[in-house]
Design a protein around this ligand. Structure first.
Ligand SMILES: [Zn+2]
Length: 132
């Protein structure tokens, strides 16, 4: 990923032929109780990232996950609207994230996101699909 600094907390990255807007949110302003370091805002088509996350090296693949959300919004993908994370949008976002982590040699995704243990069954399915 290439990034260009526009001001202290607004950036644009160029990835897979697209420009994607990123807003870096000071850790103290990150939503209380939100354990993931990133989120995608559909309305503004912006990735929000907590300032303590290294979004360039993207060690847990969350940027890949959010970029996939962006791609689906841009191409007007129609979600089936099952609840998180069982819906078609999250399936695609997690599959991209897991492909990325597999390519980095990660073999235990749950170690990187222990807060997702409640979804282990469906996420393990996405993880296995990402290896095929
Ligand atoms: Zn998601």
């Amino acid at each position: 990923m290439n990034s260009s600094l526009q001001d202290s907390n607004n950036l644009t990255i160029h990835v897979d032929g697209m420009d994607v807007r990123i807003v870096v949110v000071l850790k103290g302003d990150w939503p209380a109780g939100k354990l993931d370091p990133t989120e995608y805002d559909d309305a503004s088509q912006t990735i929000r990232v907590s300032s303590d996350y290294d979004y360039i090296s993207d060690p847990t693949g969350w940027m890949r996950h959010e970029v996939q959300h962006h791609k689906l919004i841009v191409c007007n993908f129609r979600d089936d609207e099952y609840e998180y994370p069982y819906n078609a949008v999250e399936k695609q976002a997690y599959t991209e994230q897991f492909k990325y982590l597999r390519s980095k040699g990660v073999d235990n995704w749950l170690q990187l996101m222990p807060n997702k243990a409640q979804y282990v069954k469906i996420l393990m399915k996405y993880w296995n699909d990402a290896g095929n």
